[in-house]
Design a protein around this ligand. Structure first.
Ligand code: GLP
Length: 254
């Protein structure tokens, strides 16, 4: 299945396009059910999306947001938690925020929490899954080796992921939680549409392997080759290693 690949000159342009694509889908379907990522890549997308919401009078009050993942052991009041991130960078900028569901990193029974979450997602499915990509090709916190049949579960983070996320924990990889809860690859593939964002040269190899390499659990994002409706939004640097054959087609906003 051929993904659509949109390449933008800058991170800013990529972020605008991502915000536009989401705004467009919300306008078309006010009860949109969407999964959202954290990380540095979507920060500007959230800012632009909040601005578009105000400019266009978009309403989020009937939509439902699911976060892709959470660190095990962290709660909403923890500065490193993804629950805190989404509140800080997106939800608090909306007058009428959507309903938010996320994995509770402090759940007494994390496995039961994962089962609850998978069921909550399955209850109406996901209209749109927005993803970032790790430098090692991870999506959500599905690290290399994650089965494509995986569902929401507790995972152990790869050392390179803890190193990459260390800046959010005072710079010390050992301070990054060793485990996390994440939706699975099969959970992501069950979404009706997927939007993937990647920016910067540090992502170029992961993007190349995901799009132009074999479908292989060693590169979790390569699983997206099996999805019928995926759009990649890339800046020039992230797209730098793509072969000609996979270059630009279609627009994400349609
Ligand atoms: C994380 C998240 C992913 C995210 C990825 C890339 O740790 N669990 O959902 O897409 O890493 O993050 P960044 O955008 O900061 O490079």
């Amino acid at each position: 299945m051929t993904p659509r690949i949109q390449i933008y000159d800058t991170y800013e342009a990529m972020s605008d396009a991502a915000a536009e694509a989401i705004a467009h889908r919300l306008a078309a379907r006010p009860g949109l059910r969407l999964a959202l990522p954290t990380g540095h890549t979507p920060l500007l997308m959230y800012r632009r999306l909040a601005a578009l919401t105000r400019e266009r009078g978009l309403r989020w009050d009937r939509a439902r947001v699911f976060l892709l993942d959470e660190y095990l052991g962290l709660g909403a009041d923890d500065p490193g938690s993804f629950r805190r991130y989404i509140a800080e960078h997106f939800l608090r900028h909306l007058d009428e925020p959507p309903a938010l569901d996320s994995l509770d990193g402090r759940a007494a029974d994390p496995d039961a929490e994962c089962a609850r979450y998978e069921a909550a997602i399955a209850a109406g499915g996901l209209d749109l899954v927005v993803l970032g990509v790790g430098r090692n090709g991870h999506i959500g916190f599905n690290e290399p080796g994650s089965p494509f049949t995986s569902r929401t579960r507790v995972v152990t983070l790869a050392p390179e992921t803890r190193a990459a996320n260390a800046p959010d924990f005072g710079g010390d990889p050992a301070a990054v939680p060793a485990r996390a809860l994440t939706v699975g690859i099969a959970t992501i593939l069950a979404g009706r549409e997927v939007l993937v964002l990647a920016a910067g040269s540090a992502k170029a190899e992961a993007v190349e392997r995901a799009l132009a390499g074999p479908v292989d659990p060693a590169v979790p994002a390569s699983a997206l080759q099996r999805h019928p409706r995926v759009t990649w939004l890339l800046d020039r640097e992230a797209a730098a290693r793509l072969p000609e054959v996979t270059s630009v087609r279609g627009g994400a906003g349609e």
